[in-house]
Write a protein that binds this ligand. Sequence first.
Ligand code: GDD
Ligand code: MN
Length: 367
Amino acid sequence: MQKTLIIIPTYNEKENIERLIKKIRSLSVPADILVVDDNSPDGTGEIVKRLAKSDKSIHLLHREEKAGLGKAYVAGFKWGMKEGYQKLISMDADFSHPPEALKNLIKLCDAQTVAIGSRYTKGGKITGWKWHRYINSSGANFATKTLLRIRAKDVTAGFKCYPVEFLQAIDLDTIQAAGYAFQVEMLLLAQNAGFKFRETPIVFADRTAGESKIQGELKKSAQVVFTLAKQDKTNRQFIKFLLVGAINTGVDYLVYYGMRFLLDLLLTSVGFQTIRQVAKAFSFIVSASSNYTMNRIWTFRSKNRNVAGEAGKFFVVALGGLTINSIVFYLITAQLHWRDIWGLLFATAAATLWNFFGNKKWTFKKT
Ligand code: GDD
Ligand code: MN
């Protein structure tokens, strides 16, 4: 039988914690409970201490001061790993995470999979929130997904089951988020370590007792997500790819005008149209080669010896990019009848994304 631990961080949850623990016990969820209390002034810790006396499956981890949700979880995970638990669940104390979903969450979680109690998957929802919390939460989810490309629907979820294999695969001491961004950082670490996600819908009901501690933490959490995005390798490569593209557009123009000027000076008997074509062909060759070379060396740091093959692939991807560019432009302007500017913008964006991922996943794929 696999041992499971439910970790519940608390700060001033005296109206909730005893009811929640009793509820979990009444559902006979096959798991022990660890409450990580940051010395709550309202006496939450004392309540748990009393409950732990008469029930050996209930534990209290007391911490001297309020150090944030993330720090509390790290302490809880370390405790649970030392005690030999194989599945470790994170859960709020305030009934927003329905105890009825625990059994399912445990079932979905395995050695390769982090299970998520999800508000943003089919069947999941949120009740009782004021409108601004909806905006905050869906905004945070959207921004986080775009910036970090985490392949889960609810990336800020707090109700999750982690296999100990994952916790062993990472270094808990290097986690950067002390507070709420911890939830996001854990999913990013799991995805990067090759773990899968499975989501089970939950109805997240706003707390009816006590207070949320999330106010005032939003800015800090956003900063952490931004820092994580800056550290992300794909994001850094994408920025470099854009820069290289911009630089070589400049190279293209410079070489074109330079060549046109020179040829015009030297070849007095050749027509201007021909000079233009030659200059354009020349500037294309120079800027395309330098584009390829800079991406090879700087953006993707390729060590592939087969430079000709690699350059060929780069060219094929670029041809695909050109095709996409004109198809998207055609669809938006001729089919949707939107303004040209939108056609240009979406066509460039689509082609750029195609070129970037085509080169990352094919041309410069690490073998
Ligand atoms: N030990 C400890 N230390 N516990 C804390 C701390 C802290 O500094 N801050 C918050 N907690 C506890 C609370 O007592 C509660 O049990 C749990 O962490 C969640 O805190 P809430 O204040 O109720 O969070 P929320 O409802 O605003 O946020 C929930 O939803 C977010 C997504 O919308 C949480 O599940 C978040 O993790 C989640 O990201
Ligand atoms: Mn809450």
